[in-house]
Design a protein around this ligand. Structure first.
Ligand code: HEM
Length: 407
């Protein structure tokens, strides 16, 4: 097989430190260009907003089914490549097309719609206060590990109806997947075991939670289908939400336009969150598609079976687009077309509550480093660390919130 010549590497330390250099190089090579997304793994990456919209709405030409990935099929992708965790086929809505996708998506949409957003805000705030209470008297914290990564996970254990005895195992399994280290595959297997246990439990005794709603949905998903839907729900719901929280907090605490105005409350926080969606899209490069046959996208040849990623990060900062202001929501951070994120309102409630609760509970807050590089992978855009210091609370003066469950 002839290897395409990549014009940028979308992984590793250099990319994590200056992602904009890679996006500039890709843009200079056209609306769609080849990149290396992991050692020995090549993909086409769309950086033009117009080309991205064309692709995302052309379901006749482009499929989400990664069994069409020629290089993987022919054994050219290293079996232990970290990108396989998100790109290898699973029977979930993320890799489905047409009527099959519509059936799975219908069940997902209906379950998400049953989440009461006020309850979601309450459980997020309750977990947030609990996490903050653990470090409030120290005067310093590393917010990725002590807050942003963990908070969405705790919220999702509630949303799925996870029994207390499984919460620790679920959180550890998900953290192993987030860290994407050598134990990632074992962590993914642990998560699947936990979810299978929850499905078994909820099929015997349904409750007021997403697992039970999925089990009783008229689309009549099998237990195996539900398991894969829940893996996507947890993976898609926690990792980008953590990135949104972290990048939002970093912007609020480091950018002069916001830092002097934190008393502006919810309006200020929302504005920073919207800016993040334009300039630091939490899903950086994703929405993987495969052409069903050789074709062209905005005049660029696209071979059948090559993975094509949408650079949500680069499309948001496309210099050829007029700057419409950050309040304008026409960015592609949620993607577009049939696979557009179905949970933007739920994600916004979790992220906004997380940010507001932290700013409300800690005073004289400062970042220890506002320029920490991103994590190294190609898919998510998230600071690798977020150190803060603040005026410590007296050890016994912090009101520990009770863990609210919404069942
Ligand atoms: C409560 C939190 C969230 C949940 C439950 C959630 C859930 C999902 C699900 C189930 C999908 C698959 C949709 C499909 O294939 O039909 C999806 C896709 C997507 N989500 Fe979210 N998500 C959340 C947060 C976020 C955040 C914070 C972002 C970034 C701003 C994001 C960006 C995306 C993108 C870009 C896709 C398209 C992926 C693709 O086409 O491959 N999501 N999300």
């Amino acid at each position: 097989m002839t290897h395409p010549v990549p014009v940028a590497r979308l992984f590793g330390a250099a990319f994590a430190a200056r992602p904009e250099d890679a996006y500039d190089a890709l843009r200079a090579a056209g609306p769609v260009a080849w990149a290396e997304i992991a050692d020995g793994v090549h993909a086409l990456v769309v950086t033009s907003r117009r080309a991205a919209i064309t692709l995302l709405n052309d379901t006749a030409t482009y499929s989400k089914d990664s069994r069409l990935w020629t290089a993987l099929e022919q054994g050219h992708v290293p079996a232990d490549s970290p990108v396989l965790a998100l790109m290898a086929f699973r029977p979930s809505l993320l890799y489905a097309d047409g009527d099959h996708h519509a059936r799975l998506r219908h069940a997902m949409n209906d379950c998400l719609a049953r989440i009461n957003l006020h309850e979601l805000q309450e459980i997020t705030q309750s977990h947030a206060r609990q996490l903050i209470a653990d470090f409030a008297h120290h005067g310093h914290a590393e917010l990725m590990s002590q807050y942003a990564d963990t908070l969405p996970l705790l919220v999702f254990t509630d949303l799925l109806g996870c029994p207390p005895q499984l919460v620790g195992r679920m959180v550890t399994a998900c953290q192993g997947m987030i860290n994407a280290g050598p134990a990632a595959a074992q962590s993914a297997a642990d998560l699947a075991h936990c979810l299978a246990e929850i499905i078994g439990m909820k099929s015997r005794q349904p409750g007021h939670d997403c697992t039970s709603w999925m089990l009783t949905h008229p689309a009549q998903l099998t237990h195996e289908e539900i398991l894969h839907q829940l893996v996507v729900l947890v993976g898609a719901g926690t990792i980008p939400t953590a990135a949104w929280i972290a990048s939002g907090l970093r912007l609020l605490l480091s950018d002069g336009d916001y830092a002097g105005n934190l008393t502006g409350g919810a309006v200020t926080v929302r504005r920073a969150m919207e800016q993040v969606l334009w300039v630091r899209s939490p899903m950086a490069n994703f929405s993987v598609h495969y052409a069903r046959h050789d074709t062209k996208l905005h005049d660029v040849p696209i071979p059948a079976g090559a993975p094509i990623l949408i650079s949500h990060a680069a499309t948001g900062t496309d210099p050829s687009m007029p700057h419409l202001g950050y309040d304008n929501r026409s960015h592609l951070a949620w993607s577009a077309g049939p696979h557009r994120c179905p949970a933007d309102s739920q994600a916004a409630v979790i992220a906004q509550t997380a940010i507001e609760t932290l700013l409300d509970q800690l005073w004289n807050l400062d970042l220890t480093d506002s320029h920490a590089p991103n994590r190294h992978g190609p898919f998510h855009q998230c600071p690798s660390e977020l150190g803060i210091h603040f005026r410590p609370h007296p050890a016994n003066a912090f009101a520990t919130a009770s863990t609210g469950r919404h069942s």
